[in-house]
Design a protein around this ligand. Structure first.
Ligand code: PLP
Length: 426
């Protein structure tokens, strides 16, 4: 099936007389006839459901659709994008380990790595993703367990050279994890370019309507864990908390990562997505392919308009000719990447404030990648914990405005921007 069809029909195939739409299984628990039946589930000897903190059928249908969309072998939903990135990394990293991450990533993930995971004893080296391979090689240590980046970084809108990063990670015998939130599998499928694990904040385009916070992790099934068994003992040696299950041996490369992540991290940390939210997420997925087209069309039109406006000092939109990442964008997402455009005004931070205040269609929101156009100044909101130097490094200078173009009419969006810019000084 092609992407457009998977968006609509993937993950769930009802049998004769069964519900056409994915049913919301609003149940914390599942009933069994014998303790023996249930025991097999606890020992991971049989597949099935016993408690929604670990698995729920609604979530699994939706996760299966996302796995299909990304071209992966297994997937799971999490309560948020933050949980997805944390689980994806923590599933293979522990105290004493090290991660190499692009410095151009979402502020929440930057904090997760630089503050919270550091407190757990996991070290991180942030790299300039555009640096040469020789330079990037220097970031690796014997205890490096993962390389992390974002397809299109939020909010810097830098484009990751996925093939370069996949090769870099694999040359060091390390897993490459990529957050594909902004591009979505409609526009880019990182697994086809060598990514091992793909994560999502489904809160964004996948949900698409600002209805439910959520996340997803997809495994490509391609990483050969046993070839690096010393590096990934959690996957390659027995788990005593499950009577000696060895994830790679018992579930194969296709399912080992997601099974371990569910069995250990969901069990112990419990960041499960509610089945209600999974249902809403699926409604979003059903139109993802249609919406992404419009988001990209509007994004390009707005970026083009802004780039010609005398009060605008710069525009970042990878699919706009002349952008630093234009060639990478054409390679990885020729049909467009996302609807998010960022730009600076010649009047700096003050002009940004006046501009945003005067917008009538575009609302000021922390949110992004939504059907409704919204905007934000990251330096005073999502990234306010960062110093000016860190903001520069993250590609988010203090005056930057991030505008997430929705699926309204592009002429209305441009007219709104035009009248708000008219209120700003030179
Ligand atoms: C929003 C976002 C996250 C965090 O997701 P939540 O669902 O808000 O927890 C992670 N990565 C990227 C790229 C994001 O845009």
């Amino acid at each position: 099936m092609k992407t457009n069809t998977i968006c609509v029909q993937g993950g769930y195939t009802p049998g004769n007389g069964e519900p056409r739409q994915i049913p919301i299984i609003q149940s914390t628990t599942f009933k069994y006839d014998t303790s023996e039946d249930m025991g097999k589930l606890f020992d991971l000897e049989a597949e099935g459901y016993f408690y929604t903190r670990l698995q729920n059928p609604t979530n699994d249908f939706v996760a299966a659709k996302i796995a299909q969309l990304e071209g992966g072998t297994a997937a799971m939903l999490t309560s948020s994008g933050q949980a997805a990135n944390f689980f994806a990394l923590f599933n293979i990293c522990g105290a004493g380990d090290h991660i190499v991450a692009s410095s151009s990533i979402y502020g929440g993930t930057f904090n997760l790595l630089s503050v919270t995971m550091k407190r757990m004893g996991i070290d991180v080296t942030f790299v300039d993703a555009d640096a040469s391979v020789e330079e990037l090689n220097k970031a690796f240590k014997p205890n490096t367990k993962a390389v992390f980046g974002e397809t299109i970084a939020n909010p810097a809108l830098t484009v990751l050279d996925i093939e370069k990063f996949a090769k870099l990670a694999h040359d060091h015998g390390v897993v490459f994890i990529i957050d594909n939130t902004f591009a979505t599998p409609v526009n880019c499928r990182p697994i086809e370019w060598g990514a091992d694990i793909v994560t999502h904040s489904t809160t964004k385009y996948m949900d698409g309507h600002g209805a439910g916070v959520g996340g997803a992790i997809v495994d490509s099934g391609n990483f050969d864990w046993m070839a690096y068994a010393d590096k990934y003992p959690g996957l390659c040696s027995p788990d005593e908390s499950y009577h000696g299950v060895t994830y790679v041996k018992d579930f194969g490369n296709e399912k080992a990562f997601i099974t371990k992540c569910t069995a250990q991290l969901m069990r112990d940390l419990g960041s499960v997505q509610s089945p209600q939210n999974a249902f809403l997420l699926n409604l979003g997925l059903e139109s993802l392919h249609v919406r992404m087209k419009r988001h990209c069309e509007n994004g390009l039109a707005v970026a083009d308009y802004l780039s010609k406006h005398p009060k605008v000092s710069y525009v970042n939109y990878a699919s706009l000719p002349g952008n630093k990442y234009y060639n990478l964008a054409q390679k990885y997402f020729p049909d467009g990447g996302c609807g998010v455009v960022s730009f600076g005004l010649k009047g700096g931070r003050d002009a940004a404030e006046i501009f945003m205040k005067n917008l009538k269609i575009a609302a000021i929101e922390t949110h992004v990648a939504d059907a409704r156009t919204c905007c934000l100044n990251p330096a005073t909101s999502t990234h306010r914990q960062m110093t000016d130097k860190q903001l520069e490094e993250a590609g988010v200078p203090a005056e930057l405005i991030r505008m997430s173009c929705g699926i309204e009419d592009k002429e209305d969006l441009i007219a709104d921007i035009d009248q708000a810019l008219a209120k700003c000084e030179g």
